[in-house]
Write a protein that binds this ligand. Sequence first.
Ligand SMILES: Nc1ncnc2c1ncn2[C@@H]1O[C@H](COP(=O)(O)OP(=O)(O)O)[C@@H](O)[C@H]1O
Ligand SMILES: [Mg+2]
Length: 381
Amino acid sequence: MNQLDALLPGATVGVIGGGQLGRYFVLAARRLGFVTWVLDPDANAPAMQICEHALVGAYDDSDALKQLAQACDAVTIEFENVPASSLELIASSTRIAPPVRAVTIAQDRDAEKSHARELGLDTAPYAVITASNDIDDALNAVQLPAILKTTRLGYDGKGQQTCHSKEDLVTAFDALGGVACVLEQRIDLKAEVSVVLARGADGRSVCFPVAQNVHTNGILDTSVVPANTDKALCDSAQHLAIKFADGLDYVGVLAIEFFVTQDDQLLFNEMAPRPHNSGHYTLDATVTCQFEQQLRALCAMPLGSVQLLSPVCMLNVLGDSWPNHGEPNWPSVFEEENAHLHLYGKAAARPGRKMGHINCLGEDADAALATAQKLRACLQP
Ligand SMILES: Nc1ncnc2c1ncn2[C@@H]1O[C@H](COP(=O)(O)OP(=O)(O)O)[C@@H](O)[C@H]1O
Ligand SMILES: [Mg+2]
C-alpha cells in the first residue's frame, strides 16, 4: 500500500508496548472501529487486557514481531526503548510511525540534546561521561550542582543523581555502574512546560495547548492547562517543538519537555516519540485526544482539532495512594463532579508507580488546580 493512503475504520493497527499509553491508543482505535494488536511480554499489561489480539512476547522476539507486522496495516510504539532492530524489522514489511530514526535518537539523552542543539534549540549545559577519566573534563564544562543521568533507559527520575562535588560525581558514576551518562547543570527552574504535537505524513503539525508541569521526586505530579506562563513563551515553545519535529521529518505524536529559566529562557530537556503523561489532559479537555491523534497520524488521516474545551489540571495517581490493605479513597473522587478518574488496570500498586490519573476541569486553571490539590489530599493513605 502507498505510504500516503489513509487507513480507515476496519483496518488493523498494532502497538508495541502494553502500558497505559498503549491502552489509550487501543481505546481510541477501537472506538473508531479499528482492529487492534498489542505486543508486550506481560499478558496482563494494561493494553493487553483490552485489545482484540494480545501477542505475548519480548520486544526483540522476531517471530512475534513478524506476526505483528503481518497482521497489521500499521504499527506504532508506546515507549521509546523498543530495540531499533525490532523497529527496522517491522518497517521492512509494514507501515510504522514514528520513524525509526526519531525513536533511536530518543533512546539516548546525548543524541536528543545534540539534535536539539543542531536545530538551534538551547539545552542546559551538559557533558558526556563514558568513563571515569571523562570526569575532569565534564567538571570544566558544567557547573555544580549538576545532575548525573544515564544516557539510556532513564524514566521518572530513575537513573539520576544530584552531585554537589567531584567526590559525589565519582561515587554516583560508580553507583550507576559506570554506564554512559550525561552530567547536566542543575537549572534554577522558574517552571517546566511541555508541548505535545502531532505531525502528519504531509508534514503538517498541530500542537496541543502547552501544559505547565510540576514534578515531585522526578515524577510528574500535575499538568495544568492553560499554562501559567505568558503567551509569547507558550508560542515559542510550540514553535521550537515544531522545528524539532520538522528536523526529524517526524510522523506521529511527539512530546517535548522544556525547562523555563528564571529569565524566561526555554531549554530543551527531553523528547518522547509518543503520547506523553503531560498530554493526558487531552482525554477530557480537548476536542481530540493525543491518542486519537496518534492513530490519525499513523493512518495518514487528517489530524483532529486541538482546541481546549475547558481549563484542566491532570493529577497523577501513584501507587503511594494505596494503603497497606485496601483501596484508595475513591468515593471522595467521585464526589467531585468535575473530576474524571482514569485507572490503568495495573494489579500491583508500588510506590512511585503510575496507576492512573485524574483530570480535574475548572472555570480557570487555578480552580482546576485547586480541585486536584483537594483530591490529592483525599488520596493520601
Ligand atoms: N538539569 C536539571 N535542572 C533542574 N531540574 C532537573 C534537571 N534535570 C531534571 N530535572 C528534574 O527532574 C525531572 C526528571 O528529569 P528528566 O531529565 O526529564 O528525566 P526523566 O526521563 O526521568 O523524565 C525533570 O522534569 C525536572 O523536574
Ligand atoms: Mg522527563
